[in-house]
Design a protein around this ligand. Structure first.
Ligand SMILES: CSCCC(=O)/C(O)=C/O
Ligand SMILES: [Fe+2]
Length: 176
């Protein structure tokens, strides 16, 4: 895992867009974003049990696996959105970028590779993209049935109760 401020330069989303300004895991945790490195899948079983995650699936995001819909899918993952549940992703192969909004509404880019696990809190605005290798395999954990429900950023979603709850719990974040 490596986290840094996104450079906001135009260009391919799959490029690193690395401003060179690093972000530490402690700051991510202030945003409610938790990171772990698990070499053993049993550690994920334990985490799933502790947090009452009953279901999981494995998604491969690549042109080989997805065919014609790959570009469309990557575009939809990169559209800024939130979920009403936590997003837990455990990377099994390949790599990709999760971008999360900071308390000042800037993008923090988090690069994840095999054995990295991330937990994004409900209500945080974020987006995802593969890197230039166009290949990631991720385990997705679900409390209930496997389902991906993004709520794209907009005035209605800004006042979504899960968004408001997220902002309330993050009120005391000092800017970095
Ligand atoms: C690599 S998992 C696919 C992306 C995804 O599920 C998501 O919610 C991105 O924000
Ligand atoms: Fe998401």
């Amino acid at each position: 895992m490596r986290a840094y401020w996104y450079d906001n330069e135009a260009g391919d989303q799959r490029q690193p867009h690395d401003s060179g300004r690093e972000v530490h895991a402690e700051y991510l945790s202030q945003l409610g974003v938790l990171y772990c490195r698990f070499a053993d899948e049993k550690d994920v079983d334990k985490l799933a049990e502790e947090r009452s995650y009953k279901n999981r699936d494995v998604i491969t995001v690549s042109p080989e696996k997805m065919g014609d819909v790959y570009e469309e899918k990557v575009k939809s993952f990169f559209h800024e959105h939130l979920h009403e549940d936590e997003e837990i992703r455990y990377i099994r192969d390949g790599a990709g970028f999760f971008d999360v909004r900071s308390e000042g509404d800037e993008w923090v880019r988090i690069y994840l590779e095999k054995d990295d696990l991330i937990i994004l809190p409900a209500g945080i605005y974020h987006r995802f993209t593969t890197d230039t290798n166009n290949y990631i395999v991720a385990m997705r954990l679900f409390k209930e049935e496997p389902k991906w429900t993004p709520l794209n950023r907009g005035p209605e979603v800004d006042v979504n109760p899960f968004r408001k709850e997220y902002l309330q719990t993050r009120q005391a974040i000092p800017s970095q």
